[in-house]
Unconditional design. Structure first.
Length: 187
């Protein structure tokens, strides 16, 4: 009887509030997706995709948080290799090839109870380089602001995310993209 009372007492004493666990702050992974020019740039850029494997489009992020936090920050670098079809700017080759590099800062918000799913809001700078000149400026290299909205999900030791990205808000060709990513996570 005393042993039972001791076990119950230790069990009750051992229960308390759960402590927050840190989420993996870093991630490194592959990205693929679809993109299209918008507005006047819809015909100049055409439509196409970001390659997931050759050459590999990738991202790296740092977003330290714990499971009890509902708001955190994020820094992300993305390098995307694009192939665009039906592009008026593609005069030499049938496709317009692009290299896009983005550095964005943003916030992660967890509006629901699941500590493994987050909404993301990011903004930053984009460098865009094309293999052919893009009208109306007839340049191949551009720099300008970019913004994205997305959702991230931790599962099976990976971080999966879906982003809608709007780029070159000024100073260059405007485009919209839907990106899918899968990253390994860790310290």
């Amino acid at each position: 009887m005393r042993a039972l009372a001791l076990i119950i007492a230790l069990t009750i004493a051992g229960t308390g509030t759960a402590r927050a666990e840190p989420l993996p702050p870093g991630s490194l992974g592959l990205v693929f997706g679809a993109m299209s020019g918008t507005g006047a740039d819809a015909s100049r850029l055409g439509f196409g995709y970001y390659a997931p494997l050759y050459p590999p489009s990738f991202m790296a992020a740092w977003q330290p948080m714990t499971t009890e936090q509902r708001l955190g920050y994020a820094i992300r670098w993305t390098t995307l290799f694009g192939t665009l079809y039906n592009s008026d700017a593609a005069r030499i080759t049938p496709q317009l090839l692009t290299l896009q590099m983005d550095l964005t800062l943003g916030v992660r918000v967890r509006p629901w109870t699941d500590p493994s799913r987050y909404l993301t809001f990011r903004a930053g700078a984009e460098l865009l380089r094309a293999n052919q000149q893009i009208p109306p400026k007839n340049e191949r290299a551009f720099i300008g602001p970019i913004a994205s909205l997305g959702i991230e999900q931790y599962a099976f030791g990976f971080l999966f995310d879906v982003d809608v990205q709007y780029g070159m808000i000024a100073n260059g060709p405007t485009q919209i993209a839907l990106l899918f990513g899968a990253s390994i996570t860790g310290p």
